[in-house]
Design a protein around this ligand. Structure first.
Ligand SMILES: Cc1ncc(COP(=O)(O)O)c(C=O)c1O
Length: 270
């Protein structure tokens, strides 16, 4: 029977996984292997991957250097917890803290997920400032913990019944490509910045613990307008503008075609 293996895998996925594990398309591709920019499904049909595993496979699928390094480490030492010092973690930290805009005094903290990175960033900001209130961006995707779901600026990813972490305010994303106000720079008079000022003044105590937003590498609209050459602009860690791709920095907006709903039935166990 045609595509029987794919059909069987999709059936098992529906049977065994929580329905909040959303997929692209009702009949998602059942993938088996990948090499560089190509993927193969379980029937051996090849696909050109434009998506890079939600931008996390930026060196291509099964990159031989990565694979060999993983195998070599797996044979040496795998898990000893961070209660001990190990060299590979420090070697990676050394590389990470050199990436700009990190400062020379930066310190690394490794997490297992974007959700945990966001949790840590918020905890650090609250510790450092002694303040509670957070300002996040509408349209952002933040992860699946209670805090991340409370910070989520996209209702499609929120469960209908969730415990909200208090003191989170949602600002308009300063995103000229898809302006929430339907305006164009500079005629907009930076409506989003004015709205942020009003949001802080009218809905917070003015003592913001953290503004959660990806730092933009884009030139300001003014710079872009003045430049004679067209500027191709990427949001940090995210795909080309408008791709709707994810990154691991809260505040990256998903404003293009909707990704699969994380809680399609309203309740993860429904
Ligand atoms: C902007 C952003 N923040 C946080 C996350 C959550 O990351 P994770 O699924 O690794 O917890 C994602 C994941 O897609 C993301 O795109």
């Amino acid at each position: 029977m045609e595509n029987a293996r794919s059909a069987e895998i999709r059936r098992k996925q529906r049977e065994l996984l929580f329905p909040n594990v959303g997929t692209y398309y009702q009949e998602p591709l059942a993938l088996e292997s990948g090499k560089g920019m190509f993927l193969k499904d379980v029937e051996g049909k090849e696909y050109l991957d434009f998506y890079g595993g939600i931008l996390t496979v930026s060196v291509g699928h099964c990159n031989p250097r990565v694979t060999e390094a993983v195998i070599a480490q797996q044979k040496k030492l795998v898990h000893v917890s961070t209660l001990y010092a190990t060299l590979p973690q420090l070697e990676l930290a050394e590389k990470v803290v050199q990436i700009r805009p990190m400062q020379e005094t930066a310190k690394a903290f490794f997490t297992n997920s974007g959700t945990e990175a966001n949790e840590t960033a918020v905890a650090l900001a609250k510790e450092a400032t002694g303040r509670q209130e957070l300002v996040v961006l509408r349209h952002n995707y933040a992860g699946r913990s209670t805090l991340a779901l409370s910070m989520m600026g996209n209702k499609n990813y929120r469960p209908k019944t969730q415990s909200e972490v208090p003191s989170i305010r949602f600002a308009h994303a300063p995103y000229c490509y898809r302006c929430d106000f339907g305006l164009k720079y500079p005629d907009c008079g930076v409506a989003c910045a004015k709205d942020l000022k009003s949001l802080i003044e009218t809905t917070t105590d003015g003592e913001i613990g953290a503004f959660m937003a990806a730092r933009s590498r884009c030139p300001s609209p003014a710079t872009t307008a003045a430049s004679s050459s067209p500027t191709r602009c990427r949001r940090p860690g995210a795909g080309p503008v408008g791709s709707g791709g994810a990154s691991s920095s809260t505040g990256s907006s998903r404003t293009s075609s909707p990704a699969p709903r994380a809680w399609p039935t309203g309740s993860p166990s429904a």
